[in-house]
Design a protein around this ligand. Structure first.
Ligand code: GUN
Length: 295
């Protein structure tokens, strides 16, 4: 068989077109311009490239966007003060602090300082709690993007055996939670595997939908999955550089071999990655509408 490729790039483009129109309507009809600040501490090359891509997209969609670069040695108190400033800035509806933060800065304290109403990353405990009990909230961007990809590709999730590999707070735990919620794109039976799992293959072979966010290149091989599986690969591993100095990326699954067995598969790059940024924009539009009492 040959799997259908779920192009995050294409789906993200579709959603961005929808958002662009919505932003125009908000500006013209309500004088409301969604505002996003991205705070980058230090110069980690991967973080610089993610933040640059987020700002570029925000700009393209017509947002008011602010890029706030801070030095690696900023004190935790100064960072908390900065967040407080944006919490009180009426032009800013979404605040994103790019992770990881330098050692010596307590990530938990920083994330908890962001107002839950401006927490477009969906990392604040208030939003995490709301997500778990199925209340309206900001969903974390990568899991939110995975849901949209499954729904827009017509993958049946209700009653499906979903196996998640990885238990991070950013991807594994929230996507597992979303897949079990009783609504569109959910209602699945969910298993979470992690470094303590005794027999990974036993679980991955049972999966109708396999979501891999392990952070290790090609840990899932073709012998670990069944025919017809739907594979969502969240991994972004830098495994070398082209002669021109561009990063060579690969996912957490052996794409070339698994695509012969799977019914659907996401590529790396061009799969989950573009969806993450797009869902950040969607959350920011939602934050702006909620701020203005329009939603
Ligand atoms: N670092 C890696 N992924 C993310 C993300 O989704 N949000 C933030 N803020 N930082 C990240």
């Amino acid at each position: 068989m040959g799997a259908k490729i779920i192009s995050g790039k294409e789906i993200a483009k579709e959603i961005r077109e929808e958002l662009k129109e919505e932003v125009s309507r908000l500006k013209e009809g309500h004088g409301l311009t969604p505002g996003l600040v991205t705070i980058l501490v230090g110069e980690n090359p991967a973080s610089v490239s993610y933040v640059t891509a987020k700002q570029k997209t925000a700009h393209e969609l017509g947002f008011y966007s602010v890029q706030d670069n801070q030095p690696e040695d900023i004190s935790e108190d100064a960072l908390l003060e900065l967040i407080d400033k944006y919490n009180n800035d009426e032009k800013i509806h979404g605040i994103l602090v790019q992770l990881p933060l330098p050692r010596g800065v307590n990530e938990e304290r920083v994330l908890n300082a962001i107002s839950p109403d401006k927490d477009v990353d969906g990392f604040h405990p208030v939003n995490v709690g709301r997500m778990v009990i199925g209340e309206r909230c900001f969903l974390p961007c990568t899991p939110h993007g995975i849901l949209e990809m499954l729904i827009r590709s017509g993958v049946e999730t209700s009653g499906a055996e979903v196996v998640v590999v990885g238990r991070s707070n950013i991807v594994g735990k929230p996507i597992a939670n979303l897949m079990l919620q009783k609504r569109e794109g959910g209602n699945s039976t969910v298993t979470i595997c992690h470094t303590g799992t005794k027999d990974l293959t036993y679980h991955t072979k049972r999966a109708d939908i396999l979501i891999v966010a392990a952070g290790r290149p090609k840990v899932i091989t073709a012998d670990m999955v069944k025919e017809g599986v739907v594979v969502i690969d969240v991994g972004v591993n830098r495994i070398g550089k082209t002669p021109e100095g561009k990063a060579i990326l690969c996912g957490d699954v052996d794409f070339d071999a698994i695509k012969e067995k799977a019914s659907y598969i996401t590529p790396v790059p061009g799969g989950v990655g573009p969806m993450t940024i797009t869902m950040l924009m969607k959350n920011t539009v939602q934050a702006a509408k909620q701020f203005a009492g329009l939603d």
